[in-house]
Write a protein that binds this ligand. Structure first.
Ligand code: TYD
Length: 213
């Protein structure tokens, strides 16, 4: 595969979509074809699943929740992301497997290795070239979201849940320092964007000198 797969991760309200939009503009200005995606909901089927996962009233069993995210992911990777990477595009995706390990593993307290393995099966083991983690204290995150009138099922969870999610993310990043770029989400939008651009520029330079396989 010749494209680049970049994912953005972090708690709710950490600024992923702002950074994704800025990075997409910069990449396009530099001649790259960018495909934007998100999970859940990167495809038509995914939008239906997103509605169920985030807005269905009533209890959803944690394993069922994990499988719904994995089903969305399987379809998104097979029908949207892999074809884009095969064309040589840059895929910028809001959330991926690390979200499941952090939210369903650390947050819902399912076995993180099992959660990851379900997603590996779903995606035939596709890992991102780079994962940008916008780390944010869960109290700041709640403060940022407090003016919203509607919360989804995950956002409604208590602060302890979001503290576990954050710790789960930091553990993942510590285990794979090569793949993760960990940033403080409280830094200014422009500072964050500049650091991200620098790292992506390095990746692009590396990709263009690689021998085709
Ligand atoms: P999202 O669309 O990412 O909104 P935002 O990041 O702007 O809050 O919301 C998706 C929610 O789903 C978010 O709370 C995280 C959660 N989620 C999981 O619990 N597991 C997953 O695998 C994914 C992809 C998301």
């Amino acid at each position: 595969m010749t494209g680049l797969f970049i994912t953005l991760e972090g708690g709710d309200g950490s600024g992923k979509s702002t950074q994704s939009a800025l990075l997409a503009t910069w990449l396009e200005e530099n001649g790259q074809t960018v495909v934007l995606s998100r999970e859940p909901g990167g495809t038509e089927l995914g939008l239906e699943l997103r509605d169920i996962i985030l807005h269905r009233r009533g209890y959803i069993d944690p394993r069922a929740e994990a499988l719904l995210y994995a089903a969305d992911r399987a379809h998104n990777i097979a029908t949207k992301v892999r074809p884009a990477l095969e064309r040589g595009d840059v895929v910028l995706q809001d959330r991926y497997i690390d979200s499941s390990v952090a939210y369903q593993g650390a947050g819902r307290v399912l076995d993180p290795t099992e959660v990851r393995d379900v997603s590996f099966w779903a995606t035939e083991g596709l890992l991102p070239d780079l994962t940008i983690l916008l780390d944010l204290d869960e109290r700041v995150s709640q403060e940022r979201l407090k003016d919203r009138t509607k919360y989804d099922r995950l956002e409604e969870e208590k602060q302890e849940f979001h503290a576990r999610v954050r710790a789960g993310y930091l553990e993942l990043a510590a285990a794979e320092p090569e793949r993760f770029l960990v940033l403080q989400a409280t830094d200014s939008v422009e500072t964050l964007a500049a650091v991200i651009r620098e790292r992506v520029a390095e990746l692009l330079a590396g990709a263009s000198t690689e021998q085709p396989q």
